[in-house]
Design a protein around this ligand. Structure first.
Ligand SMILES: CC(C)(COP(=O)(O)OP(=O)(O)OC[C@H]1O[C@@H](n2cnc3c(N)ncnc32)[C@H](O)[C@@H]1OP(=O)(O)O)[C@@H](O)C(=O)NCCC(=O)NCCS
Length: 193
């Protein structure tokens, strides 16, 4: 399988739907991409206006169409609002992907991302046939470290000063999960239309 022919599936878990991203989610997405607390560990590029979010969505949907990434909007089933997103950037030659996750602050620490990541990891290992998912996390980013540990990711090592944030070089930690290590924690279903 090469990157330009990546499959894509939408999913439903107990509390959220994982949907294909589109510009109709821009207002919801702006609420966390403009929140400095959410964007604290993602570099300085938080969004100042809705146009920043619209441009961001245009770029990621184009990158998705070209097979460079897969991007899911996380929709709260109760309110129908989009409350976060999950990205995978795969390298099909070496059969691994890097993962990214964002969640609106008012939904933090309720197990939402642990739940939402289950079908994504299953999809990555079973539909994309990847062998490894990795996440690079700043050493101080406790929430993300705990999330990936809870998902079963293992710590590999420290990357020294590989990010420049606010004029300071920061270390990050590489975490990874292999296909043979993945254990499902919640139930979910594929969305059928
Ligand atoms: C990282 C993030 C996606 C976690 O999502 P979440 O839905 O709150 O995570 P969960 O509720 O599923 O929690 C998973 C584990 O992490 C812990 N955790 C989550 N946020 C935490 C925090 N702020 N402080 C301490 N522990 C935290 C939870 O308690 C849970 O562990 P436990 O069950 O052993 O107690 C969310 O904090 C976020 O969007 N942060 C800002 C964006 C970001 O930095 N993304 C990652 C870039 S690398």
């Amino acid at each position: 399988m090469n990157n330009s022919k990546l499959p894509f599936t939408e999913f439903e878990t107990h509390r959220v739907r994982l949907l294909r991203y589109s510009a109709r989610f821009a207002h919801d997405a702006f609420s966390w991409y403009s929140d400095e607390e959410v964007m604290k560990w993602a570099g300085p590029d938080f969004h100042k206006t809705i146009d920043d979010t619209l441009l961001f969505i245009k770029n990621v949907t184009e990158a998705s169409a070209e097979g460079k990434m897969l991007f899911w909007a996380v929709q709260d089933k109760l309110s129908h609002k989009v409350i976060g997103d999950i990205s995978l950037c795969p390298d099909m030659k070496h059969r691994y992907a890097s993962a990214g996750t964002f969640l609106k602050q008012s939904f933090w620490q309720q197990g939402i991302m642990t739940e939402a990541m289950q079908p994504i990891l299953w999809f990555a290992f079973n539909k994309l046939n990847l062998n490894r998912i990795e996440a690079q996390i700043y050493t101080e980013h406790l929430a993300s470290i705990k999330l990936y540990k809870k998902l079963g990711f293992k710590k590999e090592g420290t990357l020294r000063q590989n990010f420049l944030i606010d004029d300071t070089f920061k270390n990050s930690i590489m975490y990874s999960l292999l296909k043979k290590e993945f254990k499902m924690r919640n139930s979910w279903s594929e969305m059928v239309f």
